[in-house]
Structure formats: C-alpha cells, structure tokens
Design a protein around this ligand. Structure first.
Ligand SMILES: *[C@@H]1O[C@H](CO)[C@@H](O)[C@H](O)[C@H]1NC(C)=O
Ligand SMILES: *[C@@H]1O[C@H](CO)[C@@H](O)[C@H](O)[C@H]1NC(C)=O
Ligand SMILES: *[C@@H]1O[C@H](CO)[C@@H](O)[C@H](O)[C@H]1NC(C)=O
Ligand SMILES: *[C@@H]1O[C@H](CO)[C@@H](O)[C@H](O)[C@H]1NC(C)=O
Ligand SMILES: *[C@@H]1O[C@H](CO)[C@@H](O)[C@H](O)[C@H]1NC(C)=O
Ligand SMILES: *[C@@H]1O[C@H](CO)[C@@H](O)[C@H](O)[C@H]1NC(C)=O
Ligand SMILES: *[C@@H]1O[C@H](CO)[C@@H](O)[C@H](O)[C@H]1NC(C)=O
Ligand SMILES: *[C@@H]1O[C@H](CO)[C@@H](O)[C@H](O)[C@H]1NC(C)=O
Ligand SMILES: *[C@@H]1O[C@H](CO)[C@@H](O)[C@H](O)[C@H]1NC(C)=O
Length: 593
C-alpha cells in the first residue's frame, strides 16, 4: 500500500504518478520498498469503484483516524477535535482523501487551496492554547467559484476569461468564515457564470471545471448553478459549502443533492466580492447535511457590510444571538400552522413525487401541526409558468415589462462591469470583453452556438444582456416593480395571510422551479429539506419552507422541527445517501429529468 495520499497536497500530480507506476510494476516480490509502497495492490473498494458493486458500497469513505467521518455532523466532528482524538490537520487530510477518491467521478472541486494545511495547523495551535472560535473552528469548507478569496486561488465563475485576475479582497462572507475559524479548502464547481451566459446549457458545466455530476444519477442535471456546493456536501467531501443564488441557484442544487439549503433574504448576507448577476436578487446561501450545520454557517456569514448597501436593510431584524438558538425538536410542530399553495405550485409538480410528499405532510400533521390547503398567491396565474422555471415568462405572455429577465439582463450588464472594475491583472473590463473572449476561445468557452455541447445556445444570455447596454428605462422599472409586487404583497405575503390566517410558513415542492423563483423575485428566504427520491431517476427532491423577508428564524425553527420528525420517525421521506447510479456515464449535455 502506498502511504496516505492525503499527506500530499498535489493531488492530481500524485494520482497520475501512482497510476503510471502501476502499469510498469509487475510483481509482489519487488524488494525496493521505495517502489513497493507506491504500488496499490488493493484498489477495491476505496481507491477504485468495483464493477458490480452497488449503492453506497461503490464509493465507501475511509474511517478518519478511527472516526466515522461519513455523515458526521459538525457537532460530532467538534467532539473529536475537542477530545484531541482528531486534529484539524488530520480532519483536513481525510477530506482531501475523500476528494481525491471522488474527484474523477463527480468533479465537484475546481481548485484546492494550497494554504489549507497551514491554516488547519494554525487553528490546531489555537485550540491547544484553549482558543476555540466557535462551532466552525477547524471545519473545512468550499465556496462556489464566483465568491472571491484573496489568497492563492483564482476566482473565475468557472470561466477561463477570468483566470489570472486578482481580486481586491476577500468576499465579506469568506472573510467572516475565516474569522469563525473555518478552513477554506477550495473552490466548488458551478454552472459557468452562474447560468447567466446561456439559456440552453448543461447544468453544472463550466469551461474551466468541466462537468460536475450528481452522485445520485450521473446523466441528469445535478442542480445548479451552485452544483459543486451541493454535490460536495452530499458526498461528504466537506461538511459545508457556500453557494449563491439569483433565481434558484442555492435551493435547486441543494434539493437535487438531498442536503439542506438556506437561501437567505436578499440583504442578510453581503454580496460584496461575489461575481454578480442581479443586485436585486443575488444572495449568498448555505449548504449542510442538517439544518443545524447550515445554520452555523448562516450565523457566521450574515451581517451588515458597508460594501453592500442592501445589507443595511437587516438593521434590527436578525435575532440577538443569531439563528442557531432556534434549532429545535418536533414538539414545536404542535401549534404550527402551515399553508399549502396548492394551485399556485403543487398542482404542477410531478404527481408521483407529490404523493410521497403528501405522506410527509401527513406525518407533519400527525405531529400536531395544522396544514391548510389552498393558501394561494393572488397573482399565481400570471406569474407561475405551469411548465416550470422560466424567468422570461412575462415576455412569453406578451409583457416584457412584467418579466424578471427584463431587469436581470440589465442588472447583469451594470453589475458585472462594477465587479470587473475592481479586478487587477486582467484585460476583462466589460461584458463586451467577455463576449469577445468566448468567441476567441470558442472551443472551450462555447461563444457560438453548436460548438461546445455544454453550451448549445452559445452565449445567448450574455448577448441578451449586452443588447440592453444596461439602460434602466421605463420597461425595466415596470418589470422590476411588477415582479416585486406580485411576488411580495400580492404573492408570498398574501398567501401567508390568506383567509385571515397568520401562517407559520408555506410548504412547497422545490422540485417545481417556480417555487424558489417567486421567492427569488421577492428577495425572500427559502429553506429546503431533503424529502425523498424519485424511483425512476434516483434523484432526490426536497420539501421547502417559504416565508416573508427576514423570517429566517421562523423557517430555521420549523425546518429543524420537521427534520427532527423525519429522523425520529423512520420515514423514508428524508435524506438518503448517494446511490452513484450510472457512475461510469460521462455524456454531455446532461439531461433535465
Ligand atoms: C520474482 O523474483 C524471482 C526471483 O528473483 C524471479 O525469478 C521472478 O521472475 C520474479 N517474479 C516476477 C513476477 O517478477
Ligand atoms: C446490491 O448488491 C447486493 C450484493 O451483491 C445485492 O444483494 C443487492 O440486491 C444489490 N442491490 C441493488 C439495489 O442492486
Ligand atoms: C491594483 O494594483 C495597484 C498597483 O499594485 C494597487 O495600487 C491597487 O490597489 C490594486 N487594486 C486592487 C483592486 O487590488
Ligand atoms: C445602494 O447604493 C446605490 C449606489 O449608490 C444606490 O443606487 C442604491 O439605491 C442603494 N441601494 C440601497 C438598497 O440602498
Ligand atoms: C389540496 O386541494 C386541492 C384542490 O384544490 C386538491 O386537489 C389536493 O389534493 C389537496 N391537497 C392536499 C394535500 O390535501
Ligand atoms: C427598454 O430597453 C429595452 C432593451 O433593453 C427595449 O426592448 C425596450 O423597448 C425599452 N423600453 C422603452 C420604453 O424604451
Ligand atoms: C405593461 O405594458 C402593458 C401594455 O403593453 C400594460 O397594459 C401593462 O399595464 C404594463 N404592465 C406594467 C406592470 O406596467
Ligand atoms: C393575525 O395577526 C394580526 C396582526 O398581528 C392579528 O390582528 C390577527 O388577529 C391575527 N389573525 C389570526 C387568525 O390569528
Ligand atoms: C437517470 O435518470 C434518468 C431519467 O429519469 C433515467 O432514465 C436513468 O435510468 C437514470 N440512470 C440510472 C443509472 O438510474
């Protein structure tokens, strides 16, 4: 056996080197131990997936210094760290080892932080001196590659166009996680430019990162655009990750990866240092295996940041002491009153999935909650496309002045130029430059339709934005105010108060995209919980809680209560481990199923 691969930071190099050795080494009776210890004569089951294996056995996770790290919660990891049975450095090595095992298959990591070991070491030393910064001390994490880190790593939104660019500073959220003692392990794969660039594309693909795949089914859309964040957490490559959302990019990959996703109210988490899409809707969100894990992350990153004036809106809103105190048990479901906007969303969701979700709703009811059917958004007929997610539905109805895409296109043109203006060491200064780059590098960046199978429509999203020249005209303002009104007071708030009720939250099926889409337009929070898997595709789906602006404390409270109910009741409608279905499949584009 070769020594622990994890002790080597240069993963790719190490892997290539040991494979090369394997092909020339021929016998068990070599006596040069330098050579023999590099030979892997026991490839199964940890280093190679064995043909014919199935289920979780395909990619088992090694014990970490005797500790079962797979599926361990952040609290459970902290117990090990506190007892001294595991150091932060060892923990990081175990996660690197897991990443090396899975990277050729899932491709969820875009880049490793070469300083991660050093950071973990410093945090171990702090702990030895009695300093523990909080629940994330020594815990490794990934951030989506559109979140700036002022270190040795690139920040590129998955595009070759930004390779080499030097960011001015850490994104606020990254800075805050460093302060909380978390260990930035690397950058997570994503759909390039967070899906702003194209309207017909392979989800989870980027020119720089290639195709990220979902461990429940390798041939279908893994969820995006924070694909790597969801995939890495569900496959135990990191305990938590950050993603970003403009319209679904946290909730969608979280629910398709059977993890908890928190998309906060726009303005609760600073977007400063995040490659933008729309200032009106962008939000940084959290991925964890449990509500508690994800909430630890939210507590570390929320707050006012002078560099993002949307964060001033939270003044006085977050509960004193943060959100973790709201994590609770199923008993609080007694007295909760949830609403089901059935006609608005549920009626359009997959019926087989609905039948399973209704069993989960029955369970929630049996725990003492009241669930009121028919709590609708007043405007659902105009704003919800029965076919599914569609951010240009207004235009398709004949009203560009009532379409989300109308203002997102304009915002992107302006917001990306502001982001680029702060970069050093790049020739990319405008959306025009990015469009030209994608044409000049068409083979890898698919700047023209039909060249790169992952970007079937080329860069039509960029071109649509370019055509607006960022002009905020009458149509823009009408569309913005229409989408905000119909999703807020005539939308989610109306549903929360339908028939004079004061609902605790709305329960919705996030696999039907318009759920998180309407919350995105409103800038309102969503939490998704794993809720089961689809029999045919093997793909997970979630149950989501929606509420009004800055209602995170309520959503976290009831999401954790439902999660407790799921775990304690033995229901099948909860988080399950990856099944690795089709793990040798590599076709692009992925199918939307
Ligand atoms: C093992 O060593 C013996 C003695 O040196 C040699 O004859 C034999 O060919 C070796 N076997 C292999 C498979 O290399
Ligand atoms: C997985 O393999 C085991 C042992 O070979 C077998 O008993 C089981 O039925 C298989 N499960 C599936 C889902 O194929
Ligand atoms: C860019 O580089 C210049 C010269 O080194 C420096 O003064 C400036 O602060 C840098 N700007 C950013 C945004 O890092
Ligand atoms: C934030 O600042 C920009 C530019 O100064 C301004 O146009 C915008 O209205 C401000 N937004 C908020 C929410 O304060
Ligand atoms: C909710 O009401 C609709 C009719 O509006 C009905 O079709 C659906 O089955 C109901 N759902 C539940 C969970 O009761
Ligand atoms: C506003 O600009 C868009 C292009 O971005 C254009 O389609 C629309 O007609 C313009 N509206 C007005 C009122 O000029
Ligand atoms: C959009 O334009 C149509 C006319 O084409 C108008 O009837 C409608 O009221 C406008 N919508 C908004 C939100 O202003
Ligand atoms: C809902 O809340 C409002 C304002 O707090 C209150 O006036 C009303 O009585 C409440 N309705 C119900 C059904 O509890
Ligand atoms: C992946 O999902 C597709 C679409 O539902 C399905 O046809 C296919 O059988 C699934 N793949 C595997 C290996 O289960």
């Amino acid at each position: 056996m070769m020594p622990s691969v994890a002790s080597c930071l240069l993963a790719a190099a190490a892997a290539a080197w040991s494979l090369a050795s394997t092909t020339t080494a021929s016998s068990d009776n070599d006596t040069d131990t330098l050579v023999t210890q590099q030979i892997d004569n026991h490839p199964y089951p940890y280093d190679f997936p064995q043909l014919g294996a199935n289920g979780t056995d395909i990619f088992p996770m090694r014990l970490c210094n005797g500790f079962k790290l797979e599926e361990a919660s952040i609290d459970e990891i902290q117990v090990e760290l506190k007892s001294g049975k595991l150091t932060g450095v060892q923990l990081l090595e175990c996660y690197f080892e897991r990443i090396y095992q899975l990277q050729p298959y899932l491709n969820a990591v875009l880049q490793y932080n070469p300083d991660a070991m050093e950071i973990a070491k410093v945090l171990d030393e702090e702990r030895q001196r009695g300093i523990v910064r909080g629940p994330l001390h020594g815990i490794p994490f990934l951030v989506k590659d559109n979140i700036a880190s002022k270190d040795k790593m690139e920040t590129t939104a998955g595009s070759w166009a930004l390779v080499g660019s030097v960011v001015p500073r850490d994104a606020h959220v990254v800075y805050r996680l460093r302060q909380a003692g978390a260990v930035l392990l690397g950058k997570a794969a994503l759909s390039e430019w967070a899906d702003m660039r194209s309207n017909d594309y392979s989800e989870g693909y980027s020119g720089r990162g290639g195709q990220c795949r979902n461990p429940y089914n390798f041939t279908v859309n893994p969820g995006g655009s924070s694909s790597g964040s969801g995939v890495a957490v569900t496959s135990n490559q990191v305990p938590f990750a950050l993603g970003t959302e403009t319209d679904g990019s946290v909730i969608n990959p979280a629910e398709r990866s059977a993890v908890v996703g928190i998309k906060p109210t726009v303005g609760l988490t600073s977007r400063a240092g995040v490659i933008p899409e729309s200032t009106h809707q962008d939000s940084v969100g959290c991925f964890g295996k449990t509500v508690r894990d994800a909430t630890y992350v939210l507590d570390a990153i929320y707050g006012i940041d002078p560099r993002d004036n949307y964060t001033f809106a939270q003044e006085g809103k977050p509960p004193r002491g943060g959100y973790t105190q709201f994590i609770t048990k199923k008993s609080v479901l007694k007295g909760a009153v949830f609403g089901l906007p059935w006609l608005s969303f549920w009626q359009y969701n997959d019926p087989t999935q609905n039948a399973q979700l209704v069993e989960l709703l029955d369970l929630i009811r049996s725990a003492g909650a009241t669930i009121i059917n028919g709590t609708e958004l007043l405007s659902y007929k105009d704003i919800v496309d029965p076919q599914g997610w569609n951010w240009d539905y207004g235009t398709q109805r004949g009203y560009p002045n009532e379409s989300e895409y109308t203002y997102v296109k304009v915002d992107f043109y302006n917001n990306i130029n502001s982001y680029l203006a702060e970069l050093n060491n790049t020739n990319m200064r405008s959306l025009e430059d990015l469009v030209q780059y994608n044409i000049d590098n068409v083979g890898s960046e698919g700047g023209l339709p039909g060249v790169n199978p992952a970007f079937a429509s080329g860069q039509d999203g960029f071109l649509a934005s370019l055509a607006t020249k960022g002009i905020m005209n009458e149509t823009y303002w009408q569309a913005l105010s229409y989408c905000q009104r119909t999703s807020r007071e005539d939308g989610i708030d109306a549903a929360l108060h339908s028939n004079g009720h004061n609902l605790t939250a709305l329960l919705v099926p996030p696999d039907f995209g318009p759920t998180y889409q309407i919350a995105a337009q409103a800038g309102y929070p969503v939490i998704t919980l794993p809720a089961g898997t689809n029999k045919e595709s093997k793909m997970p789906y979630g149950l989501a809680l929606m509420g009004t602006a800055f209602s995170e404390a309520t959503l976290i409270k009831y999401a954790s209560a439902i999660e407790d109910l799921q775990v304690s009741s033995n229901t099948p409608w909860k988080r399950t481990l990856p099944t690795w279905s089709g793990y040798l499949d590599r076709n692009i584009p992925l199918i939307n199923a």
